[in-house]
Design a protein around this ligand. Structure first.
Ligand SMILES: [Zn+2]
Length: 525
């Protein structure tokens, strides 16, 4: 009996309130508008919307979003819709960077520019330091093997090779093992070394590891002026084996020493006598002003309006190539950017408005390191603990074409018309159920199979790290991803509309839900 009354009441609510309300929103999401917005947004006049370049295309994009957010009726969530923040960029100072080996009297024996400093963005200035050679810089608690045993590295530069005695003995394919090398460097720094000079393993004859790291640090590196967790990274220098040979007394010396250590499984570490090292690696910096665009719809419930649901999309892309070709980024992420304008319009058309407030957030500088979302989460409009969910829409305008099979080895090859990648973290399991139900209404098939590594792949990562439930929609990688051919002619607007409809349906459900219970509410990395 009670159940029946409850059911009738439920049906009454459902049909008399929710459906017309939903329809009044859904009717606003319109293919013609999506086309109109993207026609401008993915046009050459926006010059590929790159952050940190001298062209002004990204500003045009920001102004367009501000103008439209205002016309839709959103309330500014920042200083006249713009949340501005400083970004610093750095590039190696190639002309002045060097590694020099001198004798005990300071006479130069050897000088090279074949040296880099990691992590990216850091520099090193060390003059005439003493050196200690420490094999592979490897310690193994189980076997008791310890390259640092019996040597004093305090205040000195410690030199060791990438890899381990075992990997050397087995002649294993040399690759960069980040967790191994990081642990080695941390231990040496803890023991008081002023600098780790990591030498590319001589088995890697083409220096592939060093070259890869060089390409990484030699690029233009962008970061927030006030970085998020500024816990001093252990910086270290990296070079190739010829430099180590000079230190150790002749060509092939490093390889022989390592071979001996590996063979006998016995450390052979020693202070390098009568030689000193100077490492000078600096970067040239430049300062930029960045902008997120923030528009808000205030919630209608006197209590729940202090909580919010965030809809986010990055509006920057990768600019122009050296021959002047423009990367329009119609899908990446023109699609997500303009789709949010339509979602905002749909929510604005609701009367009453959803109980919780809705934040529309267009973030910048995603392509250079998720900086806009990083800044927002440090300076949110609603506190982190009042942010019940964040939607990130990144690349949501494509449908599979046969040439897209170049991505068939990826877990994220572009979907057919009905499919949609839906990535969520496990902070609020209920989110998946809400999403699946809304997908069913729209005949969409959500694919939840993306590995957790994709949590780092776009701006949702900044929210995920702060323990906020996230949901990321994407149609997947296609043949034109990060190519000049990512053009509007290849966008499927009907698909885009379905994703916008889904954002609206899932968003309205979350924004109106009385109670939301997270299972995990601490920071997640
Ligand atoms: Zn993107």
């Amino acid at each position: 009996m009670i159940l029946r009354i409850a059911l009738i009441f439920f049906l009454f609510c459902f049909f008399n309130l929710n459906i017309p309300a939903q329809d009044s929103g859904l009717n606003k999401i319109d293919v013609a508008d999506l086309k109109r917005h993207l026609n401008f947004f993915a046009s050459d006049s926006l010059q590929g919307r790159a952050f940190g370049t001298p062209v002004s295309g990204l500003d045009l994009a920001a102004n367009y979003l501000k103008k439209n957010a205002r016309e839709i009726g959103l309330v500014s969530g920042a200083d006249d819709f713009f949340q501005s923040f400083p970004v610093i960029s750095s590039k190696p100072d190639f002309e002045n960077n060097f590694l020099e080996i001198t004798d005990a009297n300071g006479k130069s024996l050897y000088k090279t520019d074949s040296v880099i400093v990691l992590p990216s963005g850091s520099g090193v200035n060390i003059s005439n330091a003493e050196l200690v050679f420490a094999g592979f810089g490897f310690q193994d608690e189980k076997s008791g093997y310890d390259d640092f045993q019996g040597i004093d590295i305090r205040g000195k530069v410690v030199v060791f090779a990438t890899g381990t005695p075992e990997s050397f003995r087995k002649n294993e394919l040399i690759r960069w093992d980040n967790s191994l090398e990081t642990a080695k460097i941390e231990k040496a720094t803890e023991a008081g070394a002023v600098l780790v000079l990591l030498v590319n393993n001589p088995l890697d004859e083409s220096n592939s590891v060093f070259n890869r790291l060089s390409r990484w640090v030699n690029r233009n590196d962008f970061s927030l002026e006030i970085p998020e967790n500024s816990t001093g990274n252990n910086s270290f220098a990296c070079t190739t084996s010829p430099q180590a040979d000079v230190l150790l007394g002749g060509s092939g010396k490093l390889k022989n020493l390592l071979a001996g250590i590996a063979e006998k499984q016995k450390p052979n570490s020693f202070p390098v006598k009568r030689k000193q090292i100077t490492v000078n690696v600096n970067r040239k910096t430049e300062h930029f002003q960045a902008k997120n665009i923030i528009g808000i719809i205030e919630g209608s419930d006197p209590v729940l309006k202090d909580e919010c649901v965030v809809f986010m999309a990055h509006y920057d892309h990768i600019g122009i190539d050296t021959s002047g070709n423009v990367f329009n980024g119609a899908d990446d992420n023109g699609s997500g950017t303009v789709l949010l304008l339509e979602v905002a319009e749909a929510f604005m058309n609701l009367n009453p408005k959803p109980k919780r407030s809705i934040v529309f957030l267009w973030v910048t500088a995603e392509e250079v390191g998720l900086l806009g979302s990083q800044y927002y989460i440090q300076n949110p409009v609603f506190p982190v603990e009042k942010t019940v969910a964040c939607f990130n829409i990144d690349m949501a305008g494509r449908v599979f074409e046969p040439r897209d099979t170049i991505w068939n080895k990826s877990a994220k090859m572009v979907k057919d018309f009905d499919g949609l990648y839906t990535l969520t973290n496990d902070i609020w399991p209920g989110l998946k159920e809400i999403n699946s139900a809304a997908c069913k209404t729209l005949d969409l098939i959500p694919d939840y199979s993306l590995p957790s590594s994709f949590l780092r792949s776009s701006d949702h990562f900044s929210f995920h790290r702060h323990g906020i439930p996230i949901i990321n929609y994407s149609t997947g990688y296609h043949a034109d991803y990060h190519k000049v051919t990512d053009k509007i002619s290849r966008i499927n607007f009907d698909k885009m509309k379905r994703v916008a409809d889904l954002c609206f349906l899932v968003g309205i459900e979350i924004a109106n839900r009385e109670k939301i219970e997270f299972t995990k509410n601490e920071s997640t990395n």
